[in-house]
Design a binder for this molecule. Structure first.
Ligand code: AHR
Length: 497
């Protein structure tokens, strides 16, 4: 048995828990939109064609924000294709995912879906094939009450109230050579600044996200952020980060420690942004929008044959997550929370079917993947202030990151409840966690759950949807507080009086 301990003190505040940490992402990609959120002929479809089983699971997941419509898709997208009478909407070739886009769902349907799901829409504009004018047109269509050509068009299309979208991404992954309209940092930075300035003239209350690197292993990482922020510092609020992780070559130990890379990624981007701010003599702080993160078996996707024809909503990126994926995923969530002082928004990529916590069968069932559970638990229980924890933990050696702690943890605290989220990364040993909570007064463990199991590669399926789910952790001692975390586990410990 490993031994570790944490000290919880409400004085060690990092930042408030930000609801936008629990954002997700809906892209026109594979079956995320079609047969994901939208499937008119489905037995659960509502009057708008939205799957109510998916709406219910989205609410249960505790999603705050949903980014839309891409992703790589947005860099070739004409938003006007997705408005007005459906029978007049054009079918287009989507070059990003080699699919046919029917445009049955566009911005008006998406916002209607968001209202039903109780989530905040977050929109991306196309800075790949388009630019300032198309971004302004979309903004006018969405956010101006009425009385102008495009706002009146929205009203005529059935959306009387403005969509009121506050958060906007200025393009997507423009550093990536795969991106349609890929640009150098200087080219993108200038275009993003021009677009941001013009959008703010139309609606000064917007929150704008400039594209950072599409991964910390990109050759331009660091210099990309610096150049883009030199151009955009005064007119944007966030720089984006994207990161995906997978188990490679059977190296489970490294995979379970992938949050180490995310920690380093965040610190590097914060340092770069602050360096630019210092050079510009600015007191403003740029925040991070970590608007794509997840476990994604990208190498399998890259090894697969791309579609030969141009299918409509083909099954793409449909990763079936196992227990170890959920534990690595939980570690990423812990890292996002730990950095809540600078990570002010995040989007799990994506919501349904495409590298997603929710899976559906066309015409059939919907179920929770293993990764659904850490997200839903953190979203419902993280509240109040994020507290800094400095776990005292044994280390283990990884090929990818050197020595890393076996325990990865964070706590959140309100007046009457403290919640610890913790991962035991050990593949073979339980971890006895001693909790020094003296600063909280007389508290006890109200509830402890663990997501674990004998088979780290166990998955949930439509036939066995509850195989991997959080269960009560029986290994709890109240005085002194001690909880035993099983090997390869995601844990939630609720403390109170
Ligand atoms: O989420 C899948 C894809 O990953 C997105 O379209 C793109 O932005 C990223 O590379």
């Amino acid at each position: 048995m490993h031994e570790a301990h944490i000290t919880i003190d409400p004085a060690f505040r990092v930042a408030p828990v930000r609801r936008r940490t629990f954002g997700t992402f809906v892209e026109h990609l594979g079956r995320c939109v079609y047969t994901g959120i939208y499937e008119p002929g489905h037995p659960c479809a509502d009057e708008d064609g939205f799957r109510t089983d998916v709406l219910d699971l989205t609410r249960e997941l505790g999603v705050s924000t949903v980014r839309y419509p891409g992703g790589n898709f947005v860099s070739g997208y004409r938003w006007e294709d997705g408005i007005g009478p459906r029978e007049r909407r054009p079918r287009r070739l989507d070059l990003a995912w080699h699919s046919t886009e029917t445009n049955e769902v566009g911005v008006d349907e998406f916002v209607r879906w968001c209202r039903k799901a109780g989530v905040e829409p977050m929109m991306a504009v196309n800075l790949g094939t388009r630019g300032v004018e198309a971004a302004l047109d979309l903004l006018e269509y969405c956010n101006i009450d009425s009385g102008t050509h495009l706002s009146d068009l929205r009203v005529a299309n059935g959306a009387k109230e403005p969509h009121g979208i506050r958060m906007w991404c200025l393009g997507n992954e423009m550093d990536g050579p795969w991106q349609i309209g890929h640009k150098s940092a200087r080219e993108y930075g200038r275009l993003a600044a021009q677009t941001a300035r013009a959008m703010r003239m139309l609606d000064p209350g917007l929150e704008l996200v400039a594209c950072g690197s599409s991964g910390s292993s990109m050759p331009t990482f660091g210099s990309w952020e610096a150049t883009v922020l030199e151009e955009t510092y005064d007119v944007v609020d966030y720089i984006s980060c994207h990161a995906y992780y997978e188990e490679k070559d059977g190296d489970l130990g490294s995979f379970l420690a992938c949050a180490t890379d995310m920690e380093h990624f965040i610190s590097s981007v914060v340092a770069t942004a602050d360096h630019v701010g210092a050079r510009l003599r600015s007191r403003k702080k740029i925040h991070i929008s970590f608007d794509e993160w997840n476990v994604w078996y990208l190498s399998r996707f890259q090894a697969a044959e791309p579609p030969r024809d141009w299918p409509v909503a083909p099954p793409l990126l449909e990763d079936h997550y196992h227990l170890a994926d959920a534990v690595a995923f939980g570690g990423l969530l812990i890292t996002l929370l730990r950095h809540s002082d600078r990570v002010a928004a995040a989007c799990l990529a994506q919501l349904v079917n495409v590298i997603a916590p929710i899976m559906t069968e066309p015409g059939g069932r919907a179920w929770r993947q293993t990764t659904f559970h850490p997200f839903a638990q953190a979203s419902s229980l993280a509240a109040g202030e994020v507290l800094h924890l400095e776990p005292v933990s044994p280390l283990y050696e990884t090929a990818a990151y050197g020595q890393v702690p076996v325990l990865h943890a964070v706590a959140t605290h309100t007046g009457d409840q403290t919640v610890v989220f913790a991962v035991n990364r050990s593949t073979d040993r339980p971890l006895a966690l001693d909790v020094d909570a003296r600063a909280l007064g007389p508290v006890r463990v109200l509830e402890a759950t663990t997501l674990t199991g004998p088979d780290v590669y166990a998955r949930n399926t439509a036939d066995d949807p509850g195989r991997v789910a959080p269960r009560a952790n029986p290994d709890v001692e109240q005085d002194p507080l001690r909880v035993v975390l099983p090997p390869v586990s995601w844990n939630v410990i609720r403390l109170g009086r």
